[in-house]
Design a protein. Sequence first.
Length: 209
Amino acid sequence: MTATLIQSPDRVVLKHISWQTYQSLIIDLEREPAMRLTYDLGTLEIRMPLAPHETYKKILGRLIETATEELDLEIRSLGSLTCSREDLAKGLEPDQCYYIQNEAMVRGVEQIDLAKLPPPDLAVEIDITSSSLDRFSIYADLKVREIWRYDGQVLTIYGLVGCEYIVRDSSIALPRLKTADVLRFLSLSASIGENNLVKQFRQWLRTLE
């Protein structure tokens, strides 16, 4: 079937794309790590994140990784791992994703098949410009338990309850972290350097002990 093109400044949306074509594009775009593919029942979105998106992605990722160190939690960081299932005809690439509670189940596994293994415990969505597709419904179908969404000003932590995400005051994967505390440190990124920010965050975490 012929693909239909919908284009905007930071994304391209293609209709009537087969699962095989989606999988081929994942391989073809491996050398373009900034691009994000979202696939939902034949509709494919290709997003090209801008600089603020990438900055926030890295800072939030560093805070999460620092928290696992200080809270003595093991972690497998998989960045923008393609999370997809052919049986659902759905897939996406988080801005960052992590196995924490289920880290031992995927330790050393080179190809993670989400039809056989659990999904990442935590996904990060930097949503400076909203996706054309309902990414949260895809996450819910994939059973990703927790999502951190940051739009450049507001951080929201969502937990999966049944088939829907509800807003939480604190993290499931990192239960000692509250939304307001993480946002406080994210807000500092406009006035201090990244390393200084992480250092202050680490020092604060040690006060929780």
